[in-house]
Design a protein around this ligand. Structure first.
Ligand code: 6CS
Length: 348
């Protein structure tokens, strides 16, 4: 199936190059180049906003000599296809979260260790900007044909459920939809829940038909996917965050001239500030939209309630450490130290 989709993509690309550059696929100064970028969300989502800002900046800085074609989740394949397409060079860029990449690159699960990374947004920004652990992680990604240009934060992962969840006890027997990452699954098994991976686009109907009882996503996604319509409770636990990687195919990127590579790096830095602001505003705005549009009960876990969840993370952390090699263990230790230093303000 992936092969069929890849062939469709190659056909689309060929037709476009043929049409856009007068039968020549080689890139001449006066001809247009088309970069292809895919992401995992729907129109108006954080990844979509990121991609359209990337497109705007690239087309502005190259006076339209380079244009960016954007594909959303499901348009030319699934998120797992996009992972393979960018590794294979059929896509030039993609936005992929560890829930997608960690089945192949288990070290990327580092971001989904509950209560490991900082919760405060300024601290998260500091960690993403300065972490040596992330630099090591990016080297592992490059071994899997993913050149990580940046990691960005899309908001705290938030539960919705058809019952109130205030402790791991409350999760007992709850079928919660998660992404396919083994660590995410283990994290919810540690809470006595029944994690049920399924494609993002099937979650609404799964909740509506009571195939699942709950799901976990940032608030902006709960709103735009309308999960709140078919759930009774929204629980803010700040147990972990939703992180995404902006990646390029390494061969494609390394073949670009230095000026173009520098342009992409500058744009990516600009986008990190931009998307931090966007997610901060969007997650607040959309929580208000959810409250106005429904009678879902919003629960904010107390410090004591969060502590009980934190104490239940041991099994999942051990699974993470068993699933990665020595390098992954080193990355975990470093990320833990860096996070603690930042949270304690030691990072002068
Ligand atoms: O839960 C998911 O599968 C999706 N959620 C978000 C916020 N982005 C993409 C991901 O695939």
């Amino acid at each position: 199936m992936v092969r069929k989709k890849a062939l469709i993509l190659v056909f689309l690309m060929t037709v476009n190059i043929f049409m856009a550059s007068g039968c020549s696929s080689s890139v001449q100064a006066e001809e247009q180049t088309v970069w292809r970028l895919a992401h995992e969300e729907v129109a108006g989502g954080i990844q979509d906003l990121y991609c359209y800002e990337f497109k705007r900046l690239v087309e502005e800085k190259t006076n339209g000599e380079i244009t960016v074609e954007i594909f959303r989740d499901g348009e030319i394949g699934s998120v797992n296809d996009y992972f393979e397409f960018v590794q294979g060079g059929l896509l030039n860029f993609a936005i992929l979260n560890p829930g997608t990449t960690s089945t192949t690159i288990p070290e990327n699960n580092i971001f989904y260790n509950h209560f490991l990374l900082p919760e405060d947004e300024d601290d998260i920004k500091e960690l993403l900007r300065t972490s040596e652990a992330i630099k090591k992680l990016n080297k592992i990604n490059e071994e899997h044909e993913l050149l990580v240009l940046d990691w960005f934060f899309e908001g705290h992962n938030t539960w919705t459920a058809n019952k109130a969840i205030r402790s791991p006890e409350d999760f007992k027997g709850v079928s919660i939809r998660t992404m396919g990452s083994p660590l995410i699954v283990a994290s919810y098994q540690a809470y006595n829940a029944n994690p049920t991976p399924m494609p993002y686009m099937e979650v609404y109907s799964g909740l509506q038909l009571n195939q699942i009882d709950a799901q976990v996503n940032p608030v902006f996604a709960i709103q735009e996917m309308a999960f709140y319509e078919v759930q009774d409770y929204l629980i803010l636990g700040k147990q972990d965050g939703f992180y995404a990687s902006f990646v390029a195919n390494p061969d494609f990127f390394n073949e670009l001239d230095n000026a173009t590579q520098e342009m992409i790096k500058e744009i990516t830095l600009e986008l990190n500030d931009y998307i931090f602001e966007v997610q901060s505003e969007l997650n607040v705005e959309r929580l208000e939209m959810i409250k106005e549009a429904s009678d879902i009960e919003v629960i904010e876990l107390t410090a004591e309630e969060r502590e009980v969840f934190r104490e239940s993370t041991g099994k999942a952390r051990n699974l993470f450490l068993r699933s990665v090699g020595e390098e992954g263990k080193e990355i975990f230790k470093l990320m833990e130290e860096e996070s603690l230093n930042i949270m304690e303000g030691k990072n002068e």
